[in-house]
Design a binder for this molecule. Structure first.
Ligand code: HEC
Ligand code: HEC
Length: 262
């Protein structure tokens, strides 16, 4: 009789199993010990009333604070800051809009819940907004402001006049400098674009899709072309100055939350 030869299972399985058990234990420790835990913000009496309003109306079912909550409505952590007036939110908190229900909050409750949201805003940034401007420039004035930030190539008089025309014609309402703008208006400084007066003249005179038509003299078209060309030539430098002017936050991977990102 032959005894079937017994082979010992190879040890890597045991290692793998031990590794998985250890990971499970470690994960449990991480998940159930909330360390180091920062104390929550101290709430004033009004802010605390606001928290009660927040709970009574179940705002968190639809809204998030620091990413936690329902996703029907927007994250409200950083919506209400010191610059925003309570009145701006009065109609939203009374009549609602879109999928936000009409909650008919009393003026007292509105002030309280907004005070609570202001306190939340001070606890930090909820969603990283890479490239969001901390100091935005009004769209109509953006091109001019950008030119005034300067570049090593000083703008000529024609370039300056072009910037004035672009500003007074409100091109910035759609064309955001150095990027694609609203209504999918293209970046007018990108390399491939033909900015010669011969190319942009007919576009300005005839309009395009949502872009209106303009009554510019050939001289003015030339100035606009010169201005856009100056922007394109100095693009790299202008991008840097623009970011500094707007105080843009760069993207930092460590700011990305591990919860749903949108
Ligand atoms: C049933 C879900 C729901 C509840 C409950 C709810 N909201 Fe909303 N809320 C929304 C939605 C959805 C929007 C966005 C509306 C839209 O864009 O159509 C919104 C918008 C808002 C806005 C405007 C956001 C902006 O970007 O301008 C504020 C402020 C707001 N809600 C506050 C509250 C507060 C405070 C409560 C509780 C007292 C609350 N909401 C309860 C769904 C809800
Ligand atoms: C209401 C929004 C709006 C305004 C205001 C506007 N534009 Fe436009 N512009 C657009 C859109 C959208 C397009 C792209 C049209 C298309 O899809 O072909 C465009 C296209 C252009 C193009 C052609 C770009 C290409 O890729 O060929 C030039 C040049 C241009 N705009 C310059 C200007 C200038 C200069 C002004 C101000 C005098 C101006 N635009 C004002 C929306 C606008």
């Amino acid at each position: 009789m032959h005894e079937p030869k017994r082979t010992r299972p190879s040890p890597w399985r045991e290692f793998l199993f031990a590794g998985m058990v250890a990971s499970y234990a470690a994960l449990s420790v991480v998940a159930y010990t909330d360390y180091p835990r920062e104390p929550g913000p101290e709430l004033s009496a009004r802010q605390r009333t606001g928290l009660e309003v927040w709970r009574r109306h179940n705002c968190q079912v639809c809204h998030q604070i620091h990413g936690f909550g329902g996703f029907l409505g927007p994250d409200l952590t950083n919506l209400v800051d010191e610059d925003r007036e309570d009145e701006e939110f009065a109609s939203i908190l009374t009549e609602g809009y879109g999928s936000m229900p009409a909650l008919h909050l009393s003026p007292e409750d509105q002030r309280a819940v907004l005070a609570f949201l202001r306190a939340m805003n001070r606890t930090g940034r909820s969603q990283p907004r890479p490239n969001a401007a901390k100091k935005p420039v009004p769209p109509m004035k953006h091109w001019k402001a950008l030119m005034e930030e300067g570049a090593s190539e000083a703008p000529s008089d024609r370039v300056r006049r072009g910037a004035d025309l672009v500003t007074s014609s409100a091109c910035g309402a759609c064309h955001v400098p150095l990027m694609q703008g609203f209504q999918r208006a293209p970046d007018l400084t990108r390399a491939a674009l033909d900015r010669s007066p011969g190319a942009i003249g007919p576009i300005l005179a005839g309009g395009r899709r949502v872009m209106p038509s303009y009554d510019f003299t050939p001289e003015q078209v030339g100035q606009i072309a010169d201005f856009l060309e100056w922007c394109a030539r100095n693009r790299a430098e202008l991008v840097r100055r623009n970011d500094a002017m707007l105080q843009r936050d760069g993207l930092s991977w460590k700011d990305l939350p591990w919860w749903e990102y949108r």
